[in-house]
Design a protein around this ligand. Structure first.
Ligand code: NDP
Length: 340
């Protein structure tokens, strides 16, 4: 049985990775920030034994040495999946709230593995399309983004605002991981996952809908009446379902061909207008709250849009992508179950 350390099992994406790992018969230790959060995870997996699922406390991944104790395990770990990193725009201090946890968190886990967990052979890191796209080039009609592209964001730009800060945090953290592997030549191989916007049902613990994860907020806003008069701009026009992304992490951890590769993981294009259309067609009882068909905003840019090459993900990881309809319907149902 493969023994895996998963960081941040309380997160939107990591909660799905955790379930896919258990389905694939891994024995999992996940890091959480408090006992309360760890206990919630255990309570929500009632049939799973202690040797298959447990947690370790890592309060703040931005602290040097944060993972030094959690990475020591008996039996020892074979695999590490690092998914915890802040994804929000609620800060005026990008360095403290975005860059440090992303970069120090990433280098911290890699150093801890090298020092104290020599049995680890594979590491998978959740990076982002933010580390690929060059935001300064706008919609870039005709350009094809793939794993060969790197966001050229600079350290000066990184502290200008939270949006640049987030994109830089993912870019610098992923670069730091590849640099670590190149310079330190550790015992493990690396694979990085670069998804664009991640949508799909929530299965993690939510204090309230006010603390909903960032990427699902647009679905919640549209379904709950906040976009009735006008749909907000879509921003990033590429997406992936969280269950497909979680499965991709587990595949990347288990397949020889996936080692030492980046993966640009996207199911394709979407727009906020399409999200609204899917909700309108499938949840007629929400009609009063939804924008009318054809309302202003939320569509594709008139002058065209960048293209994407997701062939490596399809070929190496063998992912068959869920449709936007399935993803949005399941997201809305899960948000309704949470009180929306
Ligand atoms: P969430 O906000 O749901 O999860 C973030 C996770 O990181 C939580 O477990 C959170 O812990 C943990 N975390 C954040 N800061 C710290 C810290 N300082 N110390 C310890 N733990 C911390 O976001 P997602 O699940 O959406 O994001 C997970 C990963 O996926 C991130 O790396 C993000 O950049 C990446 N990603 C997400 C996309 C998306 O659209 N959702 C798109 C592309 C990449 P706690 O729950 O205790 O706060």
């Amino acid at each position: 049985m493969t023994r895996t350390f998963l960081t941040g099992g309380t997160g939107f994406i990591a909660a799905h990775i955790l379930d896919k790992l258990l389905e694939a018969d891994h024995s999992v230790v996940t890091s959480v920030r408090s006992h309360e959060k760890g206990q919630w995870i255990l309570k929500n997996h009632p049939g799973v034994s202690k040797d298959k699922l447990s947690y370790a406390i890592v309060e703040d991944i931005a602290k040097e040495g944060a993972f030094d104790e959690a990475i020591k395990s008996d039996p020892p770990f074979d695999t590490v999946i690092h998914a915890s990193s802040p994804f929000h725009f609620n800060t005026n201090d990008s360095k403290k709230d975005l860059l440090d946890p992303a970069i120090i968190g990433t280098t911290g886990i890699l150093k801890a593995i090298k020092r104290s967990a020599p049995t680890v052979k594979r590491v998978v890191i959740t990076s982002s399309f933010a580390s690929i796209i060059d935001g300064s080039k706008g919609m870039r009609p005709g350009y094809v983004y793939s794993e060969k592209d790197w966001n050229p964001v600079t350290e000066d730009e990184a502290v200008q605002n939270a949006s640049l800060g987030y994109r830089a945090s993912k870019t610098f953290a992923e670069r730091a991981a590849w640099d670590f592997v190149e310079k330190e030549k550790p015992n493990f191989t690396l694979a990085t996952m670069c998804p664009p916007l991640v949508l799909g049902p929530i299965i993690h613990h939510l204090q309230s809908l006010d603390s909903l994860n960032t990427s699902n907020q647009r679905v919640y806003n549209i379904m709950s009446g906040k976009a009735k008069e006008e749909l907000p701009p879509t921003g990033t026009f590429l997406w992936i379902d969280v269950r497909d992304l979680a499965f991709a992490h587990v595949r990347a951890a288990s397949m020889e061909e996936a080692q030492n590769k980046r993966f640009f993981i996207t199911a394709g294009y979407f727009s906020n207008e399409e999200i609204a259309d899917i909700i309108r067609d499938n949840f007629p009882e929400r009609k009063e709250k939804l924008p009318a068909k054809g309302v202003k905003g939320g569509g594709y840019p008139e002058d065209g849009l960048y293209k994407y090459d997701n062939s490596r993900t399809k070929k190496v990881l063998g992912i068959e992508f869920k449709s936007l309809k399935e993803s949005i319907v399941d997201t809305v149902k899960s948000l309704e179950a949470a009180g929306a």
